[in-house]
Design a protein around this ligand. Structure first.
Ligand code: HEC
Ligand code: HEC
Ligand code: HEC
Ligand code: HEC
Ligand code: HEC
Ligand code: HEC
Ligand code: HEC
Ligand code: HEC
Ligand code: HEC
Length: 390
């Protein structure tokens, strides 16, 4: 009997202890944020804190913190936008990124300015997106950052971590059409002058006014995470190929009635031949001959027939030639540019006939020589054999 009552006491004790633990855990759980903060903060939470816990404070609009330099940091996270973000949809929680925060009060966080907040927190992206992170390490933005320019773009300047939606279409594996339309605005946050120029160029106007996705956005020419110095020799020498990617593709160009001969006619022009050879021989020296952008412009490329800016108009083209040929003043100098058109009996008749002449003349001469050499050889052999028989 004594044994029985002792066992009873033990069971009671165990049940009691368990109940106590459950009660303590419930009190300490940060998932119930209505609890006064002094209770929450006393012991570490047993579970991963939920988004609801964090948002119980951070969804209060108007919640702010004044930083030492006087700037005001908004602590408001829009729960609606967060709901629709790719991270929430992939079941990423606040604390998957804010790995050092689990309760309130939060660990000490010293940031002097808004920029400081960003620079201290964006490193968390690396934990899950190592490949994008590593690509940025060698970019112009990282180099500017390392050189002390704290305004250079980091992950969160282009991707709001609390609002980012899917960019890559899972079906095609490519950038979705909506996201592609947005790209120039993303860069415009800091490169607004270039954006404004781009917006009125033949490419930019097509994209921003008509939603045309055949034209290049900033990243088609510059890349994304690994943007390189556009003033380098490699970049300059590769420009003809960059433009040719689209401008020699009949599937794109036929829609607009634009010639796809612009690369090969450029290469057969005296300037272009040199650039093409040059790129192969010394890729690390910038060519001093014109590449596409020296004549057409860069962010301000216009329709060639545009009366004000189009370079099919001699006077407009002359200005481009003068950058490297400062002493020429007559618009006729531009006639030395042979056009992108392939020579024909109608256009550049002389060039056409000279080409034609060489096309037949050279094979004829070489062919004739060959015939001569071969028949001569056979004759000599035959004579030698005859001589040996005698
Ligand atoms: C009880 C309210 C409350 C809860 C719950 C809360 N926060 Fe905060 N949070 C604040 C306040 C207040 C600040 C302002 C800075 C301070 O006083 O520490 C802040 C600041 C922040 C900051 C800015 C950096 C910093 O430390 O100042 C981040 C990031 C943050 N909270 C994330 C979270 C995450 C993630 C959670 C959930 C695990 C969370 N917060 C839960 C009230 C709360
Ligand atoms: C994908 C990672 C990620 C997730 C998920 C995330 N955050 Fe953040 N959060 C960041 C980064 C990075 C910053 C710094 C942003 C900046 O200022 O550039 C930040 C900043 C903050 C700030 C400071 C104010 C600000 O906007 O800079 C608060 C508050 C905050 N987060 C709360 C939350 C809460 C609450 C959740 C969950 C509902 C959450 N975060 C989810 C990465 C994340
Ligand atoms: C805890 C892991 C984690 C962290 C930290 C994280 N992400 Fe993500 N992120 C994901 C997952 C998972 C996806 C969904 C990927 C998918 O489905 O292909 C995603 C998707 C994205 C996408 C959309 C990709 C697409 O294919 O459309 C972007 C952009 C992105 N994250 C940026 C960031 C940035 C910027 C940060 C830092 C502020 C960050 N992420 C931090 C896990 C994370
Ligand atoms: C200068 C703006 C910019 C910066 C800085 C930036 N991104 Fe991106 N990111 C983009 C754009 C634009 C795209 C869509 C283009 C594409 O995918 O071809 C993109 C795409 C992505 C994707 C989708 C998958 C992919 O690789 O295309 C992820 C994930 C991503 N970025 C994460 C990051 C992370 C992490 C960082 C910081 C290390 C970062 N990004 C820095 C602009 C930026
Ligand atoms: C948060 C601001 C910010 C955003 C967003 C941003 N950049 Fe930058 N970018 C800078 C800063 C700062 C520099 C370095 C200063 C400079 O040389 O102009 C820089 C430099 C560059 C350079 C090199 C300029 C040079 O003369 O060497 C290129 C190219 C560039 N950015 C392209 C882009 C593209 C493309 C995007 C959009 C996908 C983008 N940037 C988005 C801030 C930004
Ligand atoms: C058709 C290709 C193309 C497009 C589209 C394009 N760029 Fe460029 N970008 C270039 C080239 C080529 C250069 C080199 C300029 C030169 O040779 O003077 C350059 C130069 C730059 C520079 C350095 C400027 C300087 O003066 O050093 C920045 C910054 C830049 N681009 C940003 C952008 C942004 C932002 C966009 C989108 C709004 C964009 N680019 C769109 C081809 C392009
Ligand atoms: C992503 C594809 C793409 C790239 C890369 C590209 N272009 Fe274009 N370009 C187009 C398309 C599409 C049009 C037609 C736009 C329209 O008419 O609405 C166009 C139009 C033009 C025109 C106007 C032709 C006319 O009708 O007068 C010129 C000039 C031009 N591009 C030059 C360039 C140069 C120079 C480069 C390289 C620096 C370049 N493009 C890079 C797609 C591209
Ligand atoms: C980016 C600089 C640049 C631009 C722009 C440029 N050229 Fe040239 N051009 C050169 C160089 C360099 C040479 C070689 C000069 C030499 O070898 O003496 C050259 C050579 C020539 C020659 C050969 C005769 C000579 O003086 O050696 C003619 C003709 C010529 N260019 C016409 C033009 C015309 C027409 C334009 C405008 C449509 C133009 N160039 C634009 C750099 C340029
Ligand atoms: C020396 C100056 C010069 C260079 C270099 C040059 N172009 Fe042109 N381009 C012109 C002129 C002038 C026109 C208008 C008259 C004509 O077609 O020749 C033109 C016309 C064009 C057109 C419109 C064709 C059409 O069918 O309406 C395109 C597209 C074009 N160029 C692209 C390029 C590309 C791509 C490169 C580099 C591979 C390049 N250009 C190099 C001067 C140049």
């Amino acid at each position: 009997m004594k044994w029985f009552s002792n066992r009873f006491k033990l069971v009671f004790l165990i049940v009691g202890v368990i109940l106590l633990f459950v009660a303590a855990a419930a009190l300490a759980s940060p998932a119930d944020a209505a609890k006064p903060s002094h209770l929450v903060s006393q012991s570490a939470p047993p579970d991963k804190p939920s988004n609801a816990y964090c948002l119980s404070c951070h969804s209060r609009s108007g919640m702010t913190k004044t930083l030492p330099n006087g700037e005001v940091l908004s602590l408001y996270i829009d729960p609606n936008l967060f709901d629709h973000s790719i991270h929430n949809q992939q079941n990423m929680d606040c604390v998957d990124c804010h790995t050092n925060i689990s309760t309130f009060p939060h660990p000490d966080f010293k940031a002097n300015s808004l920029r400081d907040v960003t620079l201290q927190l964006y490193g968390t992206c690396k934990n899950c997106h190592a490949s994008e992170f590593n690509q940025t390490l060698n970019s112009v933005h990282q180099k500017a950052l390392d050189a002390g320019n704290s305004n250079a773009a980091v992950c969160t300047d282009c991707h709001n971590p609390h609002q980012q939606t899917r960019l890559i279409d899972p079906q095609t594996g490519k950038l979705s059409q909506d996201a592609r339309l947005e790209v120039p605005q993303t860069c415009a946050r800091c490169h607004s002058t270039i954006y404004n120029t781009y917006k009125s160029s033949v490419h930019g106007a097509a994209l921003t006014q008509y939603g045309n996705l055949d034209v290049p956005t900033c990243i088609d020419c510059h890349g994304v995470h690994n943007i390189q110095d556009p003033n380098s020799a490699q970049f300059r020498n590769a420009i003809p190929q960059l433009c040719a990617k689209c401008h020699t593709d009949p599937r794109i160009m036929n829609k607009y009635g634009i010639s796809t001969q612009v690369l090969n006619t450029y290469v057969s022009d005296f300037h272009g031949t040199t650039v093409t050879l040059f790129e192969q021989v010394s890729p690390n020296t910038p060519t001093n001959k014109p590449v596409c952008t020296d004549c057409h412009g860069v962010h301000d490329i216009s329709n060639v027939n545009n009366p004000a800016t189009g370079i099919a108009i001699k006077q407009n083209l002359l200005v481009k030639c003068q950058r490297c040929h400062p002493n020429v003043t007559t618009a006729n100098f531009t006639d030395a540019w042979m056009d992108h058109y392939v020579a024909s009996p109608q256009k550049f008749a002389l060039v056409y006939y000279v080409n034609l002449f060489y096309k037949f003349f050279i094979p004829l001469v070489i062919g004739g020589m060959l015939v001569f050499v071969v028949t001569d050889f056979i004759r000599r052999m035959a004579e030698a054999r005859k001589g040996a028989r005698h």
